[in-house]
Design a protein around this ligand. Structure first.
Ligand code: SF4
Ligand code: SF4
Length: 78
């Protein structure tokens, strides 16, 4: 009998961080509902396994460091 693992979805990360633009203000961390953004002193990264691509972080960034990666969207639709 076939078994399907519905809990282990493969979700493509669609949020891109533009390198060297972030000033580490922490606004995006505060709005992320999944705690998927890791901000250390001078380093920021998105934890791919936790991110749901909701885009809240993109809209929260005052200097447009985060963006929705269209290439990722196209790849996900293939
Ligand atoms: S897209 Fe949503 S879940 Fe992913 S890091 Fe941004 S706020 Fe968090
Ligand atoms: S909101 Fe923008 S500038 Fe602030 S920590 Fe997040 S990515 Fe960096």
């Amino acid at each position: 009998m076939l078994k399907y693992n519905y809990t282990k979805e493969i979700v493509l990360l669609l949020i891109e961080i533009l390198p060297d633009k972030c000033d580490f203000c922490g606004c995006c961390v505060g709005v992320c509902p999944e705690d998927a953004i890791e901000l250390k002193e001078a380093e920021i990264k998105i934890i791919e396994e936790l991110c749901t691509n909701c885009s809240k972080c993109v809209w929260s960034c005052p200097i447009e460091v985060l963006k929705f990666n269209r290439n990722g969207i196209e790849a996900a639709e293939l």
